[in-house]
Design a protein around this ligand. Structure first.
Ligand SMILES: Nc1nc2c(ncn2[C@@H]2O[C@H](COP(=O)(O)OP(=O)(O)OP(=O)(O)O)[C@@H](O)[C@H]2O)c(=O)[nH]1
Ligand SMILES: [Mg+2]
Length: 526
């Protein structure tokens, strides 16, 4: 086979799960949907490629086990032209990770099948997950940087430079979409990210240009999505992958041009090395570039986490300081410790810190209030109530929050407790009166009973029935119910109060001794 007859070779390179195989499956989809951007008919895709398309549509893609998996396809330019045979080499992310982590060299005998494929490539497609966790990128970054340095020192002295086309592809851009995005808003979000990465790379290359090969790498940044997100304007349901046809059309074009240049050059190995070096620079810069764009991803994640904790700026203090504050404070403090916190806009950081401070002050005041002022629900004597009233007189909201907190739970509590004390006093008086009235009624019952000693059994039975109803009466209200006007105080506090308790003992004794005696008398006469 002459070099002209050799298929154009595109090599996919990227860390595990960065979307290499999906990108190839998407290419087949774009071809089948006759994507006009591809500007070519895709014919004879190999069974492996059709399988990838199938698995992509079922979301059943497996990680590549083989280090490299070549697939072939033919593209017939539209409206007509000579068909171009293309070999696309899928590769294993694990093998790429080994290279990046220096467990294996990029070129030479030990570089393995992936190293060979890179050496033969007419274009490289380097995939990076646009929606990856910042933590993952942060972990990969130092490894990539260290490896790159070593590689540059060891292998690239005096290398002649020729630009191997390098496409850095930000995959999974559908995951960047927000539910409220229209198609235009989503596309703008992707473009923003793409530009951020590209700018980061450009700056990096500009810095490295002196005496380095980096400045001459032919690098382009593209963004793709294997599937469309659901968008607010319903346009997400549109068929086909995003940005894939365009990527491959441009990539094939530059691969063809590179092949032409390479034919004229005599140092294929050197070029491959430069390409590889460029590739690794990109890997490094994916870190730099995406890192530069990461804050926005961090910000989005943090802002999501803050939802439900941070009150709206329009929220009233009572809403702002609604329970469960302990939990909110805990979550805020965890958020402040995350790496992304410092990436939030300064205004947002200040808002969080100021909210944290307010919640802390509120919780501290609440604690000192409860430590100092006994709870009226536990009061059993008049002295207890007097003490609570005195403590309430002595304590007031912190001056700087007095106005804002006056309608919060803590702000309203002193008055509510005063009101509860007043209700308690009233109800104690009423209950004493009720017991006294019951005792009077009991005396009447006692007298009636004594007069029945010589009466017929029916009259005695009738009295015994009234007696049972009388002793069955315990309290005027259920103990757990709240007296009218009370905030948190139930009748049980009233019934435990010493004056009520004493009255109750007198009554109990009356029931037991005096009425009990009459009952016995009448029962014996039956
Ligand atoms: N939402 C979304 N998921 C994607 C996209 N591309 C790939 N994925 C998912 O990401 C995971 C990994 O994708 P692959 O294409 O298998 O990644 P790979 O780079 O080939 O991985 P290895 O073969 O392990 O190196 C799969 O679960 C895919 O469904 C995309 O554009 N959008
Ligand atoms: Mg794969």
């Amino acid at each position: 086979m002459t070099p002209e007859e050799e298929p154009l070779r595109l090599v996919m390179f990227g860390l595990p799960s960065s979307g290499k195989s999906s990108l190839l499956g998407s290419l087949v989809q774009a071809g089948e949907l006759h994507d006009p951007v591809l500007n070519a008919r895709l014919v004879e895709p190999s069974p492996g490629l059709l399988d990838l398309r199938e698995k992509l549509s079922k979301n059943h893609l497996d990680a590549n086990v083989e280090e490299v998996t070549p697939h072939t396809l033919k593209l017939e330019p539209l409206p007509k032209g000579s068909p171009v045979v293309v070999e696309v080499v899928d590769s294993s992310g694990k093998a790429a990770a080994e290279m990046v982590s220096r467990q294996r060299p990029v070129s030479g005998r030990k570089a393995g099948a992936l190293g060979d494929a890179i050496g033969d490539a007419d274009a490289l497609i380097v995939t990076a997950d646009a929606a990856a966790e910042p933590a993952q990128l942060q972990r990969d970054f130092p490894q990539i940087a260290a490896f790159l340095q070593l590689f540059e020192k060891g292998r690239c002295k005096g290398t002649e430079v020729a630009g191997l086309p390098l496409y850095l592809v930000l995959t999974k851009c559908d995951l960047l979409a927000k539910k409220t995005d229209t198609l235009a808003a989503w596309a703008e979000r992707i473009e923003q990210k793409r530009r951020q990465v590209e700018d980061g790379l450009r700056k990096y290359f500009a810095k490295e240009e002196k005496g380095s090969v980096f400045g001459k790498v032919d690098l382009r940044v593209r963004a793709t999505a294997a599937r469309r997100p659901t968008l607010a304007d319903g346009s997400g349901s549109r068929q086909g992958p995003y940005g894939v046809a365009e990527l491959f059309r441009q990539c094939l074009q530059s691969a063809g041009q590179f092949r032409e240049r390479r034919r004229q050059a005599d140092s294929r190995l050197n070029m491959a090395l430069v390409g590889t070096l460029g590739l690794l620079a990109v890997m490094l810069l994916v870190g730099v570039g995406v890192q530069a764009t990461r804050p926005s991803a961090d910000v989005v994640a943090l802002e999501n986490a803050l939802q439900g904790i941070l009150p709206s700026p329009l929220a009233k203090p009572a809403e702002r300081l609604r329970e469960p504050l302990d939990k909110k404070l805990d979550r805020i403090q965890k958020i402040e410790k995350t790496r992304g916190f410092s990436s939030l806009p300064p205004g947002k950081q200040a808002e969080i810190l100021s909210y944290e401070k307010e919640v802390q002050a509120y919780l501290a005041f609440n604690k000192s209030f409860l430590d100092k002022v006994p709870d009226p629900r536990l009061a059993t004597r008049e002295q207890d109530l007097a003490l609570i009233e005195k403590r309430l007189d002595d304590i007031s909201l912190p001056a700087e929050h007095a106005e804002a907190w006056k309608d919060t739970r803590v702000g309203r509590r002193p008055q509510q407790w005063r009101d509860d004390i007043s209700v308690l006093r009233q109800e104690v008086g009423k209950t004493e009166a009720w017991i006294k009235e019951r005792i009077d009624k009991g005396h009447q019952l006692e007298e009636e009973g004594l007069n029945l000693r010589k009466s017929p059994p029916e009259a005695k039975k009738e009295w015994l029935e009234r007696y049972r109803r009388y002793v069955g009466e315990v309290w005027p209200h259920p103990p757990a119910s709240l007296p009218p006007g009370a905030y948190g105080l139930a009748y049980e506090t009233v019934y435990r109060f010493d004056r009520v308790d004493r009255a109750r003992q007198v009554w109990d004794e009356f029931k037991q001794k005096r009425l009990g005696y009459v009952r016995q008398l009448l029962e014996e006469g039956l």
